[in-house]
Design a protein around this ligand. Structure first.
Ligand SMILES: Cc1cc2nc3c(=O)[nH]c(=O)nc-3n(C[C@H](O)[C@H](O)[C@H](O)COP(=O)(O)O)c2cc1C
Length: 229
């Protein structure tokens, strides 16, 4: 059965323009290969009818959006989903956890809390990034989850963002010392708020997304501070 379509304001009434929201973006290549990745978005108008995605060149998401011009924003507040779809093993989860979207020819996650199906209306590019201006095709609710706020959720998302920036920063010759400091801080918060076992599990999954070069740089930095993972 198809879900009832609504405006973004009805489905996600607290959203604000210009705020960056972290979501899982699901897309498909021209050959039909499905993909999911954590991406930030912001709505660019007061009516929340169009959104902007800024995506690094060289990612599958960038290529898929450019080729097929559609995708799905999967809204979830579960930080482990962000780790899962950044980790090196993400393709193991994709087959089981993905289904077809309702209107656009793209996949969506099975258990998201809300969905925004969109099409790319305009595109511009810089040397390293593409700007995808998108309009909403359909917005609807998924499953509802109620969970108390945990500092661990914030720290996991922040950790994932910092880790995901190491490779592109090194490629562009940008100093990574702030990223490394951020990672150490997040690991300390996680140790305190979600416990060592779960922290290690999530951190290892995240580190599996790194190139060998970034991984050894990070491991060396952490071990100098007595953090051995
Ligand atoms: C919370 C979060 C937000 C992210 N936002 C973006 C973004 O807005 N643009 C981008 O290019 N990469 C972003 N990334 C990094 C991508 O998820 C990462 O490069 C990923 O490996 C791309 O996967 P793909 O090649 O399958 O598309 C983000 C990562 C995290 C953890």
């Amino acid at each position: 059965m198809k879900s009832e379509s609504s405006t973004i304001k009805e489905i996600l009434p607290t959203l604000r323009p210009k705020v960056i929201y972290e979501v899982i973006l699901t897309t498909k290549s021209r050959q039909g290969e499905i993909n999911a990745a954590p991406i930030g978005l912001r709505f660019i108008d007061q009516m929340l009818s169009s959104l902007l995605l800024i995506v690094y060149k060289g990612t599958k998401t960038y290529n898929n959006l450019l080729d097929t011009r559609v995708g799905v924003v999967n809204v979830t507040r579960d930080p482990s989903v962000f780790i899962k779809y950044l980790a090196g093993s993400k393709h193991e989860h994709l087959k089981e956890e993905i289904e077809d979207a309702e209107l656009v020819d793209a996949p969506r996650l099975k258990n998201a809390e809300a969905y925004i199906e969109f099409k790319v209306e305009n595109f511009s590019e810089e040397v390293k990034k593409g700007y995808f201006y998108c309009t909403i095709v359909k917005a609807y609710k998924g499953i509802g989850i109620i969970e108390p706020y945990s500092r661990g959720s914030f720290a996991l998302i922040e950790l994932a963002v910092n880790v995901s920036k190491i490779d592109p920063y090194l490629d562009q010759g940008i100093d990574v010392s702030e990223l490394l400091q951020g990672i150490v801080y997040c690991i300390k918060v996680l140790e305190k708020t979600i416990g060592e076992t779960l922290m290690e599990e999530q951190v290892k999954a995240l580190f599996s997304s790194l190139s060998d070069r970034s991984f050894s740089l990070l491991r060396q930095h952490l071990s100098q501070l007595g953090i051995h993972l």
